[in-house]
Design a protein around this ligand. Sequence first.
Ligand SMILES: *Cc1c(COP(=O)(O)O)cnc(C)c1O
Length: 220
Amino acid sequence: MTSNLVKINEKISLAAEDAGRDSADINLVAVSKVHVEETIRPVLEAGHKIFGENRVQEAAGKWPALKEDFPDIELHLIGPLQTNKVRQAIQLFDVIETVDRPKLARAIARISEEEGKPVDVYVQVNTGLEGQKAGASPDDADELICLCRDELRLSVKGVMCIPPFDEDPTEHFKLLKSIAERNGIKNVSMGMSGDFEKAIAHGATHVRVGTAIFGKRPGY
Ligand SMILES: *Cc1c(COP(=O)(O)O)cnc(C)c1O
């Protein structure tokens, strides 16, 4: 696991160099979904700080204990969020990457205020306009970003996308980057185990890598 982590960090540095970017501007989100505490712990012990989980319930089962030993980690929610799980998500996560509709944005703003716990949000964009996939359409993204920022006073730190699995992601990466730029948003979360180097070439600031660090997920 930790040798994988070292390898991925090296590949990130090389990809940054190739793109003429500073590798310090690229953050590795280690996606630990499905994996148990014992699998995650060595990566924490190696000093890695940013982790991603896609299910609130699952994360609530394993991260409170891990956070006791490693309090300064940053936990990202990268999976769909239902409004009835928002409170739990806010208590647990530092960043919610999957804000994709006004109703969810409003719930996050209200509950974050009630809990007295600020949370950074990313707006998820369905760049491939896939029916089954979460995310605001590219046309609706600007409006949702404005709602989050101007009306709800949320801290919109980024945008995020999951390109269609069966397509070259290049156009999706470019589109997401352009949405970030025209809205003055700094963080761009895109790229997974198979395409994070390409994502870095197109301006990713956060790459979400699971399999290449932790190995194949059981049951996948
Ligand atoms: C699982 C997941 C990843 C990581 O995928 P790998 O191919 O294992 O690197 C990245 N982003 C999201 C949203 C995921 O659900």
